[in-house]
Ligand binder design. Structure first.
Ligand SMILES: CC(C)(COP(=O)(O)OP(=O)(O)OC[C@H]1O[C@@H](n2cnc3c(N)ncnc32)[C@H](O)[C@@H]1OP(=O)(O)O)[C@@H](O)C(=O)NCCC(=O)NCCS
Length: 155
């Protein structure tokens, strides 16, 4: 399902609990949900949000859907929930005529790169490259000091 305004505070709190994701301010999630909410997916169990995945279609290159954040509450991991969220995001991208999905992952986030590779995302990192944890990554990709693997899924 996609979130409503009532879910915003819970989403903000959930992201704060997920190591590996950056918690943006509350108003950021409100803006994203209000303006890009159709590509923001949550999974609830017993009225509690246990997983989320969101991104949006690039406005400078509409062939690309950028998957920004995906996360699952610790006690619900290993149950295919991220897989289901990625399938929803891929379907959204396809339905919106995108040709590829992009996502970036830090080399140290092993669960995450294993997840993307399991789902057939390819490591397309190029340019200023480093090898870390056996993975090719782009040095300081965001300018914030972290090396990132750039993943691409062809639709
Ligand atoms: C990465 C994350 C979203 C995976 O969620 P999940 O619901 O447990 O993942 P799934 O159960 O759908 O697993 C899908 C595949 O990912 C891989 N995977 C997931 N967790 C893994 C782990 N801890 N170790 C190794 N592989 C893992 C497996 O290949 C798995 O498929 P399989 O079980 O059939 O082998 C979750 O660990 C998480 O929320 N991490 C913190 C937030 C984060 O880092 N997000 C990604 C930022 S880019």
């Amino acid at each position: 399902m996609t979130p409503s305004d009532d879910d915003i505070l819970e989403i903000h709190k959930l992201v704060g609990e997920l190591k590996g994701l950056v918690q943006h301010p509350v108003h950021f999630y409100k803006i994203i949900i209000n303006y890009f909410g159709n590509s923001f997916f949550i999974i609830k169990e017993a009225d509690r949000i246990i997983g989320l995945g969101w991104g949006f279609v690039s406005q400078s290159n509409r062939n690309i859907f950028f998957l920004w954040q995906i996360g699952v509450l610790k006690e619900f991991r290993g149950k295919n929930i991220a897989n289901r969220l990625i399938e929803k995001l891929i379907k959204f991208a396809k339905d919106n005529n995108c040709k590829k999905v992009h996502a970036t992952v830090e080399t140290g986030n092993i669960a995450s790169w294993k997840m993307f590779e399991k789902m057939d995302f390819k490591n397309v990192s190029k340019g200023n490259i480093i090898f870390e944890n056996g993975k090719k990554a782009i040095v300081n990709y965001y300018g914030s000091g972290t090396n990132q693997i750039l993943y691409e899924y062809k639709l």
